[in-house]
Design a protein around this ligand. Structure first.
Ligand code: ADP
Length: 540
């Protein structure tokens, strides 16, 4: 038999302190860039963990954060689970109703808030039933004026805390360490709880050579927010491995990201496609040295094939497409070529790499179609089911768990095909698939094709009601500046025509100035559907 040693989050920070005391956390806050070694970060984390105890936080209590990506947020990432409490990261872009819903549902006991985000909390805090203390994170000496009470200063808590605080180790590894809510199509967000064990095993998975290969030598820039699926687990794994972390802070712009990549010589960065579309636009105007990058990890929505190609061929920036969800901690698949696929031609390789990829070791999957498990032929579609040690098995106190978690599997709500190599390709989210005359049309495929056109900046394809076919595809397109007014609908339809069956082609193309985005930067199809539901009826 082997030793039964619990896997705990606190021990991850301990490793960084012990073996990488000189390595750095680079943090951008409202007052600029600050730098901390892991020795300092570890000490601040211990001090904070002891202060949580003084604030009355007990094992199992939820500690809420309402913050950007910065060093203080990173410290809470480890201080809360490090003293046995649960880190609850709150999406700052949710509606006031959803913010108060999740804080009450999670029963947060203490809330850590960024100074510039205070107004968002001040307008809803009267509805909070469980919050006993507010901690304000600011670089200034004095706390800002606030209607919240009681309030504490983060830096004061740190200065009064105990640097010798011992992280809890004798905790059940299945105990909750973190918590995050994911948006639902309708109704309130759904809470997912991460166990210590799940987070540690997921971090191992991030370090595998065949996944994101995160390592000590990396300089990681998580653009994905720390309030969204733990910034895809990067802060945990990077700390554990002793990688340098660059945290981009509040209200960053594509320009700022490009500058950070250049100045800090970032090797790995991660974010949703809309972030990378924005960065591409910036790279086209400015002149930046991005040669340090070994991987731009892209997930959250399908990475458009054309975008991958531009990054790689025009800028020499290697791209890595990955798939996951809040419920999967989130890394589930990564798209890499197998060793025997390296000499395929460029386009074939790109075809494979723009799929969502291979299941990460440690997980299991099934794709279930109308007649049971689908054939691995890259054609037959079905819903993707996943199970494994870092996959949630319920939503927190939520009856919607019954639909999503059945027979030991997570029903992802994503429709996929699997090819002969076992590589999955996401066809669509079930709710975004276009059901036309009893057949399915993939909005993702149409979007990808449109975004490969030189004039197209963003494209989102939605289903709109149709009297005869039930639903038909409608494309919403944002053109790049120089092409505005010069490229018309027919040109784009002619561009799509050779690539798709005729009945797949959008019934119309609507040009827009901007496509509405979700709280985590994905195209907000729900808003487009509401806005354009009568579009075809009105046209006919
Ligand atoms: P939200 O529901 O708020 O978007 P998540 O970030 O958890 O929250 O979303 C997970 C979903 O995002 C997946 O179920 C899938 O539909 C989509 N997704 C994630 N990664 C990819 C990807 N690489 N390609 C296509 N869709 C993706």
């Amino acid at each position: 038999m082997m030793m039964n040693v619990p896997l705990t989050v606190g021990s991850m920070m301990e490793r960084a302190e012990k073996f990488f005391p000189k390595k750095m956390v680079v943090s951008r806050t409202l007052s600029g860039i600050q730098r901390f070694t892991y020795k300092e970060t570890g000490e601040r984390t211990r001090r904070l963990a002891s202060s949580l105890e003084k604030l009355g936080v007990q094992q199992g209590d939820r500690v809420g954060t309402f913050a950007w990506n910065h060093h203080r947020h990173l410290e809470i990432y480890f201080a809360a689970p490090g003293m046995g409490a649960v880190l609850h990261t709150i999406n700052i872009r949710l509606s006031p109703e959803h913010i108060s819903y999740i804080i009450n549902n999670a029963e947060d006991r203490v809330l850590f808030i960024d100074e510039d985000l205070l107004p968002l909390i001040e307008r809803v805090n009267e509805k909070f039933a469980s919050v006993k203390a507010y901690v304000i994170m600011t670089d200034k000496k004095d706390l800002p004026e606030t209607t919240l009470s009681p309030v504490y200063s983060y830096e004061e808590l740190i200065s009064e805390g105990d640097p010798g605080f011992e992280f809890v180790k004798d905790i059940d590894e299945n105990a909750p360490a973190g918590m995050c809510y994911t948006s639902a199509t309708t109704g309130n967000p759904k809470g997912v709880i991460y166990s210590h064990r799940g987070i540690v095993l997921h971090s191992y998975a991030m370090g595998l050579a065949d996944t994101t290969a995160l390592s000590e030598s990396d300089i990681c820039l998580p653009v994905v927010p720390m309030f969204h699926a733990n910034a895809w687990g990067m802060p945990f794994a990077a700390t554990w491995f002793g990688s340098t972390q660059v945290l981009p802070g509040p209200q960053f712009t594509p320009k700022l990201l490009a500058e950070l990549i250049q100045q800090e010589e970032v090797t790995v960065t991660a974010g949703v496609p809309t972030i990378w579309l924005g960065l591409l636009k910036e790279l086209e105007t400015g002149s930046y040295d991005t040669s340090s990058l070994r991987a731009v990890v892209c997930g959250g929505s399908a990475a458009p094939r054309g975008m991958i190609k531009t990054f790689e061929t025009k800028y020499g920036i290697p791209f890595l497409h990955a798939y996951g969800m809040t419920e999967t901690t989130p890394l589930a698949t990564v798209s890499r070529l197998k060793s025997y696929q390296q000499d395929l031609d460029e386009e074939e390789m790109l075809d494979i790499r723009s799929k969502q990829g291979l299941l990460v070791p440690g997980l299991e999957m099934k794709v279930i179609g109308a007649g049971g498990e689908v054939k691995w032929d890259g054609e037959e579609m079905g819903e993707l089911l996943i199970r494994g040690p870092w996959i949630a098995d319920e939503y927190y106190r939520d009856e919607r768990s019954r639909d999503a978690f059945r027979d030991g599997w997570l029903y992802t709500g994503d429709v996929a095909t699997v090819d002969e190599e076992g590589v999955i390709k996401l066809v669509d989210r079930t709710k975004d698939l276009i059901k036309s005359g009893g057949e399915w049309i993939s909005s993702v495929d149409l979007e990808n094709a449109l975004m490969a056109h030189d004039a197209v900046f963003e494209a989102s394809v939605i289903a709109v009601p149709h009297h005869q076919w039930q639903e038909r595809p409608l494309a919403c397109v944002v053109l790049k500046e120089p092409f505005k007014g010069k490229v018309d609908k027919q040109e784009l339809l002619d561009f799509l025509a050779p690539q798709f069956a005729k009945w797949w082609l959008p019934d119309d193309i609507v040009f827009m100035e901007e496509i509405p985005k979700t709280s985590v930067g994905k195209f907000l199809k729900r808003a487009l559907r509401d806005q354009l539901k009568d579009h075809l009826v009105q046209k006919s």
